[in-house]
Design a protein around this ligand. Structure first.
Ligand code: HEM
Ligand SMILES: *[C@@H]1O[C@H](CO)[C@@H](O)[C@H](O)[C@H]1NC(C)=O
Ligand SMILES: *[C@@H]1O[C@H](CO)[C@@H](O)[C@H](O)[C@H]1NC(C)=O
Ligand SMILES: *[C@@H]1O[C@H](CO)[C@@H](O)[C@H](O)[C@H]1NC(C)=O
Ligand SMILES: *[C@@H]1O[C@H](CO)[C@@H](O)[C@H](O)[C@H]1NC(C)=O
Length: 508
C-alpha cells in the first residue's frame, strides 16, 4: 500500500512539475500586461496563431488593447499593438530585448545550423557593406546581367520571338525570373567552358528554383512546428540537395560569386565553422535573399495590371528615364539595359513598390526578454516584462493596415507615397501625430534587413524591364485579385492562394 501511495505521489508531482514548467499555473503579476492563456492546456493559442495570425491578433487587440501576453505552445509572447511604441522596442538595448536568441532558435529549427556563440550578428553585420554603399552598384549590375541571361540572350529560356504572345502564370513567371536572376547575381555563374551562352546556369538555376519552391511551400509548417513524418523526410532531402549545391567546394568552381557571399564564406571559415556548417549558412542566405523579391514583384505587376492608370504612369516614367539617358527603345534596337542610376529617378515606381510592400509584407518582429524589465510605452504607461518571454510586433496589422494612417487600407493606390509635387511622401499621421516609422516591411533596429536596398533595386529593375520591354496583359481582364495564403502571416511576403494567367510579348 505504502509503495503504491509513493508511486502515486511521485506521479502526481511529476505531472505538476511538468504543468508548472509549461506555464499552466502562470498568473498575471502586478504591472504585467493582460494575460490570455487560451483554453487548450499546452498549446494555448497556437492553433489560432498558425491558422490566421492576423485575425487572431485583431481579436486579442479588441479584447485587451495596446499590449497583452498570450500563451503559444509553451511560450509566453507579449504583443505590442501601439505603433508609436514600436520604435521604443526596436531601440532597446541588446541586454534587455535581444533579436539574436530567437533568430538562432528559428534558424536551428529550420536549417539545422548552429552558429558558434556570439557570432550570429557579426557575420551578417561585417558583410552587409557588400549589399549597401560599396557593393550595391556592382551587385545591381550583376542582377541586370543575370536578367539578360534569363530573358534576353539568344538561348534564354524566357526569350520571345518578335510578335509572339506567350501565356504563363504571373506568379510563376515573376517568382521564377526574379529568383533565378537574384541567385545568379549573388551565388555566381557556372563556368561556360569557352562555349557561348549560359546553358549550365539556365539549367541549374531552374532546378534550384524548383527545389526551393518545395522548401518554400513547406516553410509555414516548419515555422509553426507542425510537420508530418512524410514531410520531414522531404525536408531532409531538400536540405541535402541545397547543402550540396551551395557547398564551399561547388562555390569554388563558380565565377562572379558576389562579395557578400564570398566574404561571409571566408569569415565562417576563419571562425572555424566546418564545411557542412558553411553550406548550411549558404542555405539560410539563399532563403533570406530569394524568398521575398519574386513574390513582391508578382504583386506589384498584378496591381499595375489591375490599375491601368498606374501602369501607364509607371511606363511613362520609365520611358522618360530612358529618353533622358539616350536609350530610347525602337524597332530593331538593342534590348534595354537598366542601370543603377536609372533606378534613382523613378518616384512613381518607388511609390508603387512601397504600396506593394505595405499591402503584402507581413513579418513578425520578435525580441527575447533577456532580464526582467519595465517597458515604458510611448504614452508613458509602464509594463513589467518577464525574463524568458518574448516581445512581438506585427506592423502589418497595427501599422500598415491602420485605416487612420492609410485611409481605405486594403486598396492599392499607386500614388499613396507621392506628394502633390511628385516627390516621395514619408509623412504619415495617427491621432494628429507624425509616425517615425510609417512602415516596417524590412523589420527595424539592429536586425533590419541588410538586403533592403538591393532587394528594391532587383524588383524595380524587373518591373522597369517588364513595362518597357513588353506589352503585358491579363488573360481575363476581370479576374479577381487572388486571396493571400494566411498561413504565411509572420514569415514575410504573403503569397497568393492561386496563380493569375497573363500574356506578354516584345513591344518593338
Ligand atoms: C522584398 C524582399 C525582402 C524583404 C521583404 C525582406 C525582409 C526582411 C525582414 C523582415 C527581415 C528580418 C528583420 C527582423 O526580424 O527584424 C530580414 C532579414 C534579413 N534579410 Fe531581408 N528581405 C528582403 C530581401 C532580402 C535580400 C535581397 C537580401 C540579401 C541580398 C536579404 C538579406 C537578409 C538577411 C541576411 C537578413 C538577416 C539579418 C539578421 O539576421 O540580422 N533580404 N529581411
Ligand atoms: C484572416 O484574418 C483577416 C483579418 O485580419 C481577415 O480579413 C481574413 O479574411 C482572414 N482570412 C481567412 C482565410 O480566414
Ligand atoms: C554593425 O556595423 C555598424 C557599422 O558598420 C556598427 O555601427 C554597428 O555597431 C555594428 N553592430 C554590431 C552588432 O556589431
Ligand atoms: C568582424 O567584426 C568583428 C568585430 O567587430 C572583428 O573583430 C572582425 O575582425 C571582423 N571581421 C572581418 C572579416 O571584418
Ligand atoms: C562573369 O561576369 C562577366 C561580367 O558580367 C561576364 O562577362 C562573364 O561571362 C561572367 N562569367 C561567367 C562564367 O558567366
Amino acid at each position: 500500500m505504502a509503495f503504491w501511495a509513493s508511486v502515486l505521489i511521485v506521479l502526481m508531482t511529476t505531472v505538476l512539475v511538468v504543468l508548472f514548467r509549461l506555464g499552466a499555473f502562470r498568473q498575471r503579476r502586478f504591472n504585467e500586461p493582460p494575460l490570455d492563456k487560451g483554453l487548450i492546456p499546452w498549446l494555448g493559442h497556437a492553433m489560432d496563431m498558425s491558422r490566421n495570425a492576423s485575425s487572431f491578433l485583431k481579436k486579442m487587440q479588441e479584447r485587451h488593447g495596446e499590449i497583452f501576453t498570450v500563451h503559444i505552445a509553451g511560450s509566453y509572447i507579449t504583443f505590442v499593438t501601439d505603433p508609436f511604441s514600436f520604435d521604443v522596442i526596436l531601440k532597446e538595448s541588446k541586454s534587455r530585448l535581444d533579436f539574436s536568441k530567437f533568430a538562432s532558435e528559428l534558424v536551428f529549427k529550420i536549417f539545422e545550423f548552429q552558429m558558434p556563440k556570439n557570432h550570429r550578428g557579426m557575420v551578417i553585420n561585417n558583410s552587409s557593406k557588400h549589399l549597401m554603399s560599396i557593393g550595391l552598384v556592382g551587385l545591381t549590375q550583376a542582377m541586370m546581367d543575370s536578367l539578360q541571361i534569363l530573358m534576353l540572350q539568344p538561348d534564354a529560356d524566357k526569350r520571345l520571338g518578335p510578335q509572339e504572345w506567350k501565356q504563363e502564370g504571373l506568379f510563376q513567371y515573376c517568382y521564377n525570373t526574379v529568383f533565378r536572376a537574384g541567385y545568379l547575381a549573388l551565388f555566381g555563374n557556372l563556368p561556360t567552358n569557352g562555349k557561348a551562352g549560359h546553358a549550365q546556369d539556365l539549367l541549374q538555376s531552374q532546378k534550384v528554383f524548383e527545389e526551393f519552391r518545395k522548401f518554400d511551400i513547406l516553410f509555414p509548417r516548419m515555422f509553426h512546428s507542425v510537420i508530418l513524418p512524410k514531410e520531414k523526410q522531404e525536408i531532409k532531402r531538400l536540405r541535402y540537395f541545397f547543402w550540396d549545391i551551395l557547398s564551399a567546394r561547388q562555390m569554388l568552381e563558380k565565377d562572379n560569386v558576389s562579395g557578400w557571399i564570398s566574404s561571409i564564406q571566408r569569415e565562417l571559415a576563419d571562425l572555424g565553422v566546418p564545411e557542412l556548417g558553411q553550406s548550411q549558412y549558404n542555405l539560410i542566405l539563399l532563403w533570406a535573399s530569394q524568398g521575398n523579391t519574386g513574390v513582391v514583384s508578382f504583386w506589384a505587376l498584378l496591381f499595375l495590371l489591375k490599375n491601368p492608370e498606374a501602369l501607364k504612369a509607371v511606363r511613362e516614367e520609365a520611358e522618360g528615364v530612358l529618353r533622358k539617358m539616350g536609350k530610347e527603345m525602337r524597332p530593331g534596337g538593342a534590348p534595354i539595359i537598366v542601370e543603377y542610376s536609372m533606378l534613382q529617378q523613378t518616384p512613381v515606381l518607388d511609390s508603387v513598390m512601397e504600396e506593394t510592400l505595405r499591402l503584402r509584407v507581413a513579418p513578425l518582429l520578435t525580441r527575447a526578454v533577456k532580464q526582467d524589465v519595465i517597458l515604458k510605452m510611448d504614452n508613458g504607461k509602464e509594463y513589467a516584462l518577464r525574463q524568458g518571454d518574448r516581445v512581438c510586433m506585427f506592423p502589418y496589422l497595427f501599422l500598415q493596415m491602420d485605416p487612420e494612417i492609410y485611409p481605405d487600407p486594403t486598396t492599392f493606390k499607386y500614388n499613396r507615397f507621392l506628394n502633390p509635387d511628385g516627390s516621395r511622401k514619408t509623412t504619415f499621421y495617427k491621432q494628429g501625430r507624425r509616425l517615425k516609422s510609417h512602415m516596417l516591411p524590412w523589420g527595424g533596429g539592429p536586425s533590419i534587413c541588410p538586403g533592403r536596398f538591393f532587394a528594391l533595386n532587383e524588383m524595380k529593375m524587373f518591373v522597369f524591364l517588364m513595362v518597357t520591354q513588353y506589352d503585358i496583359e491579363l488573360v481575363d481582364q476581370d479576374v479577381k485579385i487572388p486571396p493571400i495564403n494566411v498561413k504565411r502571416f509572420g514569415i514575410g511576403a504573403m503569397q497568393p492562394t492561386e496563380d493569375v494567367p497573363f500574356r506578354y510579348r516584345i513591344r518593338f
